[in-house]
Write a protein that binds this ligand. Sequence first.
Ligand code: F6P
Length: 415
Amino acid sequence: RMKLAVLTSGGDSAGMNAVVRAVVKAGILKGCETWVVREGYEGLVRGNQEGHKVEKETTPSHREVHIKDEGFIHNLRFGDGELLKDGTSDHPTGRTLKGRYIVRVGWDDVRGWFGVGGTLCGTARSAAFRTPEGRLQAAHNLIKEGIDALVVCGGDGSLTGADVFRAEWPTYVNTLREKGDITPAQAENYAHLKIVGLVGSIDNDMSMTDMTIGGPTALHRICEAIDNIETTAFSHSRAFVVEVMGRHCGWLALLAGVSSGADFIFIPERPPEADSWEDEMCKMIQRHREMGKRKTIVIVAEGAQDKHLNPIRAETVKDVLTDRLGLDTRVTTLGHVQRGGRPCAYDRIMAKAVNALLESTPETPSYMIGISGGEITRVPLMEAVAMTRSVSEAIAAKDFDKAMSLRDPEFREAL
Ligand code: F6P
């Protein structure tokens, strides 16, 4: 019987809880034992301290008979019993979860998770997992619990980590066996680790998938914010420079610009000339004003830059609009409002992609589950990560056409 663990990693995104819920429920339906890892890779490295086992209970599941779920209720819902960063926590029901990062979960533990924003399992950027020693410890912790399959939901960094972990897995198993930390029988049983990646990120910056889980919700959040800004901009006939997230990717800025009718946008993949962007922007906005527009919206992606790779900051844009066009201008940095909150329907449906995960075998590469032209797809994780990397490299090498050609078709069409 496959023992399956799921973790969320990197920056949280709306829809991550829906992923965990779907993985757990799909896993149970397929006869797996299901676990969650708290605090991302950090929880994998910390594992479960001896002597703090939570007692097994029977889940009063309405589908108990059919599912044969021995579910362990840990009240993970709504952050109960959330672990503190030092690994301690007093569970509200009185049972202690002290030092437990890899937790067995059942059907009821994830009930209602699909509508909750962020990630209830917690996420962390783990320095320990970046070291071979940390990954060896993580492997040991998984084998101790008998887990042989891992689902990772995160951005490109997290998915790269997943692939490295899988590639190095046989080495860890050997080392652990040589050290006597695991028995030869365990080494044989856990010779392979199955890994599947799901892309959870608001940035929609992963290649080989049309959409990342959390992207649509963040876009929706930005559009709503710009709608709100527009009413006050209109009232005062002001200009607003809105800075949006996206790291090195301009997808959020571009799509927000298209959906809200912005006057001008700055994105990393299509940088303006260093010495003429001010003229170009002012000319365009001046024209819009002459046509009767009472408000001006300029969207700046946080990774925006000119062709010489000098960053373009919202404050700089504001000064240009104020000084050159005499517009009463304000800057709004949307920040983490874009990342938090309930997932939109699409980000919940995307989580259904996990139906494909259980078919991966030790012989197949680690897969990333994505979506392409409305179809759920399975692509080799490393190919997707490598292609994503080459976009950043192309931008750094000022080969913007190449960067754009490597972005998804929808992105290119929007431009
Ligand atoms: O990758 C998601 C993201 O929200 C980016 O858009 C942004 O650059 C970054 O994470 C912010 O990270 P933090 O929450 O650590 O400030």
